[in-house]
Design a protein around this ligand. Structure first.
Ligand SMILES: [Zn+2]
Length: 211
């Protein structure tokens, strides 16, 4: 469901462009709102959420999908934790659909899906691992890299139940906003994938802003 936001970026507490292939790790306070903007269109922002006060609690695909009875995320979707508690709600969305089924790209999955020689290409899992290694203060380890959301990514489900990677439905300037219901650690990998159309074969920056 498309929903524009009343917030203006000139009032934001924080605003930053995340280059393609980089990560962004940030602690949001309960009640704050995060906007992720697809600056150039057809980019995928692979995102993990943790309870900032107890990172054993984190975003859960199964609890979220069961809670809303729908496979796709958009306005009014409540992102639920592995303790089945609401972590964040999508309060605005000008893209209309976000994937949470496809998972993130990894060097291992690149070799299975594409070619053995893709083994050394940069993947989202590498960016998350780098974030974990560079920020020991949060106590995260590789075991905390679990369910994620692919904002702006289009992964339709066929009648037979297959997942397909399709051309993006996003476009320059489309955004999604999430309001936090607890203190939340956000870890975005701005996807560097070059082998499928999730980012138009051309990774580009996204902008993050917090109110
Ligand atoms: Zn990726």
């Amino acid at each position: 469901m498309l929903q524009t936001s009343p917030r203006v970026t000139s009032d934001a507490l924080y605003r930053m462009a995340v280059p393609a292939g980089d990560y962004w790790l940030y602690r949001m306070e309960s009640g704050q709102v995060l906007r992720i903007t697809d600056l150039e269109g057809n980019q995928a922002a692979d995102t993990l959420f943790f309870n900032a006060d107890d990172t054993a609690e984190r975003y859960s695909v199964t609890d979220t999908l069961r809670g809303q009875g729908n496979l796709f995320l958009t306005t009014a979707s409540v992102l639920r934790s592995n303790e089945d508690r609401p972590m964040l709600t999508i309060v605005a969305d000008t893209c209309g659909r976000h994937d949470t089924l496809g998972g993130a790209c990894a060097t291992e999955s690149n070799t299975v899906r594409y070619d053995l020689e893709k083994r050394h290409m940069h993947a989202c899992r590498d960016s998350w691992m780098l974030a974990v290694a560079e920020h020991p203060e949060y106590g995260l380890t590789r075991r905390d890299i679990t369910h994620n959301i692919n904002f702006f990514m289009n992964v339709p489900v066929t009648e037979q139940g297959d997942l397909t990677f399709a051309d993006g439905i996003s476009a320059p300037g489309k955004y999604v906003e999430l309001e936090a219901h607890m203190n939340v650690l956000v870890l975005i990998s701005n996807c560097p994938q070059l082998n499928n159309p999730c980012n138009g074969y051309h990774p580009t920056p996204v902008e993050v802003a917090v109110w």
